[in-house]
Design a protein around this ligand. Structure first.
Ligand SMILES: [Zn+2]
Length: 299
C-alpha cells in the first residue's frame, strides 16, 4: 500500500468532485527544466515560494466526478508503470480510489485530457489489461489522430517524441474498442464541458464543471507547478510540446481565472490542488483552498 494514497472532496452544486492522489515524484532541477529561464531564476522562484531549491516535486492528481448515477474519472495517473519505478511514488491512484470507496468497475467513463504518460498509463493494469473495463474511454479527437496516425510517421522523431508515441501505441493497443473521441465544446456529462487549451500538447483539454450556481475549472496541464509557471507564465517548460501556443493559451486562461475568480483545480498543483488564481504585478499567484484530506490512517 502506498503511503502517498489519499483523497479529498467537495461539491460543485450536485456534483461531488473527488480529488485522488496518484503520488508525487521529486527529481533534481536540470538546466533544461525551463527552456527560457536559468537554473538561478528557477531556484529564486522556488525559494520565494518557500520550496527547497535544486529540486522539483511534481504531483499527479486525477479527479473523479460523482453524480450518483454516473462516475467519471478524469485522467488515470502513472499506473503500474509509475509504481514499478518507485513503489512509494506515483501510481497509487487505485489505492486512493479504494480509500474513497470507489471501485474501478463502477466507473462508467474515463476522460483523458491529453495523451502524456502521467495521464494515460493508468488506463492499463500491471498485466496490460484495461484498468476500467466497464468504462467508455474518451480521448480528445485531435490527440487521438495525432498519436495514432501522425506521430508514428514523423521522420527522425526526437527521443522524447519516440517514447511518447510508443507509450501511447502500447497503452491503447488493447483498449481500442473502449475508446470514443470528443471535441472542444462537447458536453462530457450534464454540467461538464470540454474546453480545448492547446500547447502543452496538440489537443490538450481542460474542463468546466458547473452545477447550480457553482463552478470549477479543471485546468489539467495548462500550468504545471504553480510556484514556477503561474508566477512566470512566460516560462516554457521542456514538457510543453508547442511552447509559444502553450504560453498564449496559459496567459489567456490565467487572466480569465483571475478576473472571474472561478475556482481552479490543477493536475500538477500540490495536493489537493484546488484554489484561486490571483494576478500579481508581473504574473499570477495560486491561493490554495484548505480541504479535509483523508488517508488510510484517517489523517
Ligand atoms: Zn501531466
Amino acid at each position: 500500500m502506498s503511503s502517498a494514497a489519499r483523497f479529498a472532496s467537495y461539491f460543485v452544486g450536485s456534483i461531488r468532485v473527488v480529488i485522488l492522489a496518484d503520488g508525487a515524484r521529486t527529481f533534481p532541477l536540470t538546466d533544461d527544466f525551463v527552456i527560457n529561464a536559468t537554473k538561478d531564476e528557477i531556484n529564486a522562484a522556488l525559494s520565494d515560494a518557500g520550496l527547497p531549491v535544486n529540486q522539483i516535486t511534481t504531483t499527479y492528481t486525477p479527479i473523479l466526478l460523482d453524480c450518483g448515477n454516473r462516475k467519471v474519472l478524469i485522467d488515470t495517473g502513472n499506473g503500474a508503470a509509475g509504481l514499478a519505478v518507485d513503489p512509494a511514488g506515483p501510481g497509487c491512484l487505485s489505492e486512493s480510489l479504494r480509500q474513497a470507496g470507489i471501485k474501478a468497475a463502477e466507473i462508467d467513463t474515463v476522460v483523458i485530457s491529453h495523451c502524456h504518460p502521467d495521464h494515460v498509463n493508468g488506463l492499463i493494469d500491471e498485466n496490460g489489461n484495461s484498468a476500467y473495463p466497464n468504462a467508455a474511454i474518451l480521448v480528445p479527437s485531435v490527440e487521438w489522430d495525432f498519436w495514432m496516425q501522425m506521430a508514428p510517421r514523423i521522420p527522425a522523431p526526437s527521443p522524447r517524441m519516440m517514447k511518447l508515441t510508443q507509450t501511447n501505441l502500447k497503452v491503447f493497443h488493447s483498449l481500442k474498442n473502449q475508446v470514443q473521441v470528443y471535441s472542444d465544446g462537447d458536453k462530457i456529462l450534464d454540467g461538464v464541458t470540454a474546453v480545448m487549451t492547446p500547447g502543452h500538447s496538440i489537443g490538450h483539454m481542460s474542463f468546466i464543471v458547473k452545477s447550480g450556481s457553482e463552478e470549477v475549472f479543471l485546468q489539467s496541464d495548462l500550468t504545471n507547478n504553480p510556484a514556477i509557471f503561474l508566477r512566470n507564465p512566460g516560462w516554457h517548460g521542456r514538457f510543453d510540446q508547442y511552447p509559444m501556443l502553450a504560453e498564449s493559451t496559459r496567459r489567456e486562461k490565467l487572466h480569465w481565472l483571475a478576473q472571474t475568480r472561478i475556482r481552479v483545480q490543477g493536475y500538477h498543483f500540490p495536493f489537493p490542488g484546488c484554489g484561486y488564481v490571483e494576478q500579481t504585478a508581473d504574473g499570477y499567484h495560486f491561493k490554495p483552498l484548505t480541504l479535509g484530506v483523508k488517508t488510510a490512517h484517517g489523517g
